[in-house]
Write a protein of this length. Sequence first.
Length: 145
Amino acid sequence: MESKKKILLMSNILVLLSSSLFLRTGSTYIENTPSTTVIQSKDLSEWWWTDIELLSDMSSGHSYNPCILIDESENIHIVWVDQTNDLLSSGTDSDIFYMVWTSATESWSSLELISSESTGNSRTPKLAIDAQGVVHVVCKMRWII
C-alpha cells in the first residue's frame, strides 16, 4: 500500500509541473525496441488519489520537463526546468532544479539549483541511478561566451 501512495504522490507532482491532467481507469505501458517488447498494464480503478502537494512557491516563471525517479529506499527524486529569473541566484537563463522526498522522514528537501554554472538555457533533465545507489542528473546546457 505504501508503494501505491508514493506512485500517486509522483503522479500529483507531474500534474503540478505539467499543468495538465488526464484521468482514466486503466494504464498500459509499452516499450518497443529492436530486441525486446515490454508491455505492462495496471488496473487503476480501485486506486485513490492523494491531495496535490505544492513543492515550491518560489517560481514565478514556467516550470516544465519534470523527470522523476524512485530509488531502492523508496525516496522520490525529481528534477525540472524553471524559467524564473534569478531563482536561487540562478541568473536570467532557464535552469535545472532538484528536490527529493525522503521516505524515512516523509518530507521534501529544500529546493536545490543544479545547473548554476551554465550561462545559457539548461534543458531536458534526466535522472539515473548507478549500482551503488547514487542518483545522477544529466541535462542539455547551452554556454554563451
